[in-house]
Write a protein of this length. Sequence first.
Lengths: 396, 481
Amino acid sequence: MTTTASAFDVSPELKRDLQRVFTPALGAGILLSIASIVGAIYSPGDFFHSYLMGYLFWLGLTLGCMGILMLQYLTAGAWGIMTRRTLESASRTLPLCALLFIPVAIGMPWLYDWAHPDLVKNIYVLRHRAVYMNPSMYIGRAVLYFVVWGIVMYFLNKWSLEQDEKGGMEKRLAKLSAPGLLIYVFTISYATIDWAESLENNWFSTIWGFLFVAREGLAAFAFVIIVMALLSRREPLASRFKPAHLHDLGKLLLVFVMLWAYFEFSQLVVIWSGNLTDEIPWYLHRFATSWGWLGVMLIVLEFIVPFLMLLSRPLKRNATALCCVVGLIIFMRWVDLMWIVMPQYYQRGFRLTWMNIVVPASIGCLWIAVFVWQLQKRPLLPLLAPNLEKALEHGE
Amino acid sequence: MADLASVIREECNPPMLSRDMSYHDITDQISSVTEWKKTPKQWWILITITSSLLLLLLAMLTYLVSTGIGVWGNNSPAGWAWDITNFVWWIGIGHAGTLISAILFLLRQKWRTAINRAAEAMTIFAVACAAIFPLFHTGRPWRAVYWLFPIPNTYLHMWQNYRSPLEWDVFAVSTYGTVSILFWYTGLIPDLATLRDRSPNGLRKVMYGIFSLGWRGSSTHWKHYEKAYMILAGISTPLVLSVHTIVSFDFAVSVIPGWHTTVFPPYFVGGAIFSGFAMVMTLLLLSRWALHLENIITMRHLEVMNKVILATSMIVGYSYGTEFFIAWYSGDIYERFHFFNRITGPYWWAWWTMCICNVVIPQFFWVKKMRRNIAVMFIISITTNIGMWFERFVIIVLSLHRDFLPSSWGYFRPTWVDVCTYLGTFGLFLTLYLLFVKFLPMIAIGEVKSTLSAQNHVEHVYAHYLETYEGAETKETHGLA
């Protein structure tokens, strides 16, 4: 089979389709951002809570995709070659995410007890942690995380481009991915302790880092499947991305569903069994009030239903059916983050405001616009990747 | 383009098996080990040593049963000590077999084929060793069936506590043992038939004939076999996670500092794979050297295994670090004391041994030369297993010896019976392994052949690829003409 570089370029029809997504996404992003800013002036607490939730969701996609990008270099599977460009484009939204961190930093007093000196003075555990958990250290660490992620993202994308031009970079990319993946797991663990675990004073869990890796991986994989299904309607992927590829992605999605559920279950069973006053309030806020219904939804709609459906072979090979399951998972990721972030602020029970939807949507529209813009920049398949022939052949 | 071709050939797809091998060579080489005309002297020497250790185990267990479990060093405050450390260590060793045979099969990792059979055998032998400790920890193992399994009885007037992970363990470990044996045996059937067909008439032919279940190698047989193998792989996969997760729950659902921590399930699974791979590596290196299997268990296999060892070492290292950080972050004085006690308390040497063996030493595997150096990988496989034994010792004994009440603090010392029983389990494990090597094909003949077939196919594709870009000459220079 002979292929030329231009064969994998975004086709004019696809370009037109992508443009049809880009412009409305950008427009909606700007309009929703304005609405969010109005909301922020009107009710800053609501705004920042919703913002943190939305931010964790979209940053999770960026970092999750970057993690999976490194994983596919390390494992060198055929599925990785097909999804590489989507993963790369998602990773290149990192500068936007870094910029969008600024409101989180501004919102610290509305988000965290430890950002209030008077509370720190009176609550033992906050006083104990103050040397580590204080506003300047929090921002300092965030800057460090973004710099580290930025460096990894930069080289992953730079060398991949060089791979397209002259080839022979695969080994170097795999060499970067090994420590890169390690750095990702380590940094995301500590970043999410700062950003999400510290929301409640009496909450600490050692599996938190792994749990966020699984949460982000699941969301990212679901997102990649939707994008691949949409891209495969047009050339260059229409003739190359086959049900066998989709099937593989569906199987790996099932793995992420199980991994996520496994980590969540492990945390729940250990905390529930211990029933210690220091730890159990986190679950009491989330299960003993009307928030508990969201918890039940998570078990049913993010684990049981997708798990049972993804066992089906025909479903995994059918783009529309698979995308329905994937859509459900992505929606449940948003519900999960709401369940993680919001009960801290509304301990009496479930509450949904317009900002819970509009603020994450505003971040999302901007994110999608940047993603679609980046997606058009490179051919949709890495021409000189050593396993490309094998990957294409796998679908036949 | 020539650069690209060499990258494809040598780095991204180095051959898994030697290129000049035929199917017949593979059958011959692997079967010949089980067809020794005269069993080598070395094998007899080894089995004499290991069966002596096995006798030691039997003697220790007899002594324990006839005297009482007081002969073990377990006592307040360390009610679990040497015995449960050994249980967790052995059960962990089994995990590599299941991971290699089931998960890597589902992930289509062809390199597993050269090592899966021996690794699966180790799983079964390791589970047998592990089961001894909780069973004899009951003191009256012949009654254990009523204590452990929910068998209705009026004899003991007791019923199991289903909320206890110890009860879950009974089901997890027995399921694990059963599925591992089934999986191993299913994989063996075609190879047993090969041995049957090669055997002269006699007992040997009859025995292989019985156990190969009338296998004729027809396409229907293969079709059913492949389906059964796939289903068993699917069933085994959750077991890789579930068994050690439940073992970790034995500790984590309590409220004891050092035990009650949410990272335990993935941390235990990671550690189990880490130690399991190390043990597989130790025995494979010895078998490879003794039986001259260098062309089948190639450097590529060993290197990939070393990468898995490095990755799982990072998982345990990450878990050690996170436990320390969260102990501090929680503000809980008991948690903080416990972790401080790990480093500076009376058992400081155990903690430092664990860290050096499990986190520091495997870092050598970042360097390719080290990953491909037989001596280095042999040493690291040994230090890893030492480190992983100490990890269980640290978790179990260090968490118990100084609990909430300083008045009940103590210092655990193993008795000679503890030590000898542990040595004895090596006797059981190694004796079974030696018998396995002598009587069964230690490498999956059918699967290695399928790898060779896939390798030939891939090379054919690359040959075509090179010809397209470079012409027939380049193809020739790469030995693919």
